[in-house]
Design a protein around this ligand. Structure first.
Ligand code: PGA
Length: 253
């Protein structure tokens, strides 16, 4: 299966900064087709980024959305609006949204279903925090999140879902020196998620779902992480803000 490398720019970059990133990134990456590349930009940059990406294979993604099509939801963005801007992917349930904006699995589930209904591929984030990890609750947390967030998801659409395993304790929060999970620890969780998906669907479907890793992925560790059997790509925050380092990660896929 082709690896998927997604940039999560979070709340970073002005219009001019995004233009110079994309111009530089396109030059470095040229027509390399070793991985599917997605750039998840802030809402304000969606339409313009779509224009600059024209003619390349790089896909556009958003970082959140509401589950309704329209209505009295001040400050929200709907799946219709994302479609309208040329979005093909959307990050759903990122730990920063769960922690800072109180999103829960119930809400995240509604968003996953809404994205799929509009033909937008959800990048569903799950992962344990440090306290849960040292209490050895990682597997319980992953199972609980996965079951709740994928409840009532049409099995015909399940291969459009991308699961991002993001151990919260490994997320850089802008610190370039933060350590990622080791490749073998990450692989263990990915394998566990794959087994869960097999139980929820079947072996063939579970194999068709991409499980990507997020949490301080950078040029120095990407090759090792991406060489693991059940790691089908990466969701890259801090290291995706620089065109050269993001390109290096794509190249190691
Ligand atoms: P990071 O962020 O690569 O900066 O750790 C990843 C993420 O939060 O998606």
């Amino acid at each position: 299966m082709q690896k998927l490398i997604a940039a999560n720019w979070k709340m970073n970059k002005t219009f001019e900064e995004s233009v110079s990133f994309i111009e530089e990134f396109k030059k470095i990456i040229k027509n390399k087709k070793n991985a599917e590349i997605v750039i998840c930009v802030p809402f304000t940059l969606l339409s313009e980024t779509k224009k600059i990406l024209k003619g390349s294979d790089i896909k556009l993604g958003a970082q959140n959305m509401h589950f309704e099509n329209s209505g009295a939801f001040t400050g929200e963005i709907s799946p219709l609006m994302l479609k309208d801007s040329g979005c093909e992917y959307v990050i759903i349930g990122h730990s920063e949204r769960r922690e800072i904006f109180w999103e829960d699995d119930f809400l995240i589930n509604k968003k996953v279903i809404a994205a799929l209904n509009h033909g937008i591929k959800p990048i569903l984030c799950i992962g344990e925090n440090w306290e849960q990890r040292i209490r050895e609750e990682t597997e319980d947390v992953l199972e609980n999140q996965l079951l709740k967030c994928l409840e009532n998801v049409d099995s015909k659409k399940i291969s459009d879902v991308i699961i991002a395993y993001e151990p919260i304790w490994a997320i850089s929060k802008g610190d370039p020196n933060k350590k990622a999970a080791t490749a073998s620890d990450a692989e263990q969780s990915h394998l566990f998620i794959r087994k869960l998906l097999e139980g929820m669907y079947d072996e063939k479907m579970a194999k068709s779902i991409r499980i990507i890793y997020g949490g301080s992925m950078k040029p120095e560790n990407a090759k090792e992480l991406l060489s693991m059997r059940n790691i089908d790509g990466g969701l890259v925050g801090n290291a995706s803000l620089d065109a050269k380092s993001f390109a290096e990660i794509v190249e190691s896929a």
